[in-house]
Design a protein around this ligand. Structure first.
Ligand SMILES: NC(=O)c1ccc[n+]([C@@H]2O[C@H](COP(=O)([O-])OP(=O)(O)OC[C@H]3O[C@@H](n4cnc5c(N)ncnc54)[C@H](OP(=O)(O)O)[C@@H]3O)[C@@H](O)[C@H]2O)c1
Length: 265
């Protein structure tokens, strides 16, 4: 299937993480142009080297998504470099500390919400403004199954992803009539460093990594997490012209592990 992404300009942050990397390589395979952002310059440069694309196809940026001026510079810099943009992918995220209800802290709340909610909000603000001014484009937010169900020890993360869904639904209604599709992709476990950190937080450092991953994905019909590439291609589909009739919705990719909310076995 031709996703019709050749020469389209994509902005992605959190590009240096597991899903972000997979999106970048999928975009390269589809012939798209990539403006990638990460907060760690060394990781950004290493990823750019691996992607091995010329400046006509790749532009890099260093930004912390919690800083409005840095997100604004990312969007403006990408437009200045490529002349226009076609898709914005707010993808950076943080799982937070493992805290049960009696342990929940403002410190954790501030860090999780500033990354997951403020960070997405700024990308919707500046990316959405630019796309609406052009009269076309798409935004796909990497949300989570945590926007659909709750998870013990991760209430703050789940609350932040529920908030993300409110942003997606509302901004989709504002930007839809201006030619911009806003949607989200909502994974349960994905084989990335985040999944392993969540597992370690929940089950400690002693458990072998394979056992830990098996414990996290035991509820999936196929007894596994998603691969970053599976999530990446869902994101690319939602960003593509094939999804231009879809507004303000989410697609869950969870192996049916969504606590009975996503399917009823
Ligand atoms: N993996 C899963 O099981 C899973 C499940 C559901 C949803 N998700 C969502 O998928 C998205 C991508 O996560 P992932 O699985 O790829 O995890 P990951 O490998 O940990 O990557 C997270 C990325 O976000 C970046 N980031 C975090 N805080 C940031 C900040 N303040 N400013 C800029 N960048 C920041 C990280 O940068 P550094 O590399 O510098 O830390 C990293 O590039 C997240 O939104 C996450 O919530 C993941």
């Amino acid at each position: 299937m031709d996703l019709k992404l050749k020469d389209k300009v994509f902005l992605i942050n959190g590009a240096t993480g597991g899903i972000g990397r997979a999106v970048c390589f999928a975009l390269k395979a589809e012939g798209a142009k990539i403006a990638l952002s990460g907060r760690d310059e060394k990781k950004v440069l290493a990823l750019a080297e691996e992607l091995s694309l010329g400046p006509d196809r790749l532009w890099t940026n260093v930004a912390d998504v919690t800083c409005e001026d840095q997100v604004k510079e990312f969007v403006e810099g990408a437009i200045a470099h490529f002349g226009h943009i076609d898709s914005v992918l707010p993808n950076a995220g943080y799982e937070g500390k493992w805290e049960f209800a009696s342990q929940m802290s403002k410190e954790n709340y501030d860090k999780v919400f500033s990354t997951n909610v403020l960070g997405v909000m700024y990308m919707l603000k500046y990316g959405g403004e630019a796309l609406a001014a052009q009269g076309h484009g798409s935004i796909v937010v990497t949300s989570s199954i945590g926007a659909v169900v709750g998870s013990p020890g991760m209430a703050i993360y789940c609350a932040s992803k529920h908030a993300v869904q409110g942003l997606v639904k509302s901004v989709a209604r504002e930007l839809g009539p201006k030619g911009v599709n806003v949607n989200s992709v909502n994974p349960d476990g994905v084989y990335t460093p985040m999944l392993d950190r969540i597992g370690r937080n929940a089950m400690g450092d002693e458990m072998p990594i394979d056992d830990l991953r098996a414990a996290l994905t035991g509820g999936c019909y196929d007894k596994r997490a998603a691969t970053p590439e599976e999530v990446a291609y869902l994101i690319l589909y939602f960003a593509s012209p094939w999804a231009s009739h879809i507004y303000g919705t989410k697609i869950v990719i969870d192996g049916a592990n969504g606590d009975g909310e996503t399917v009823r076995p």
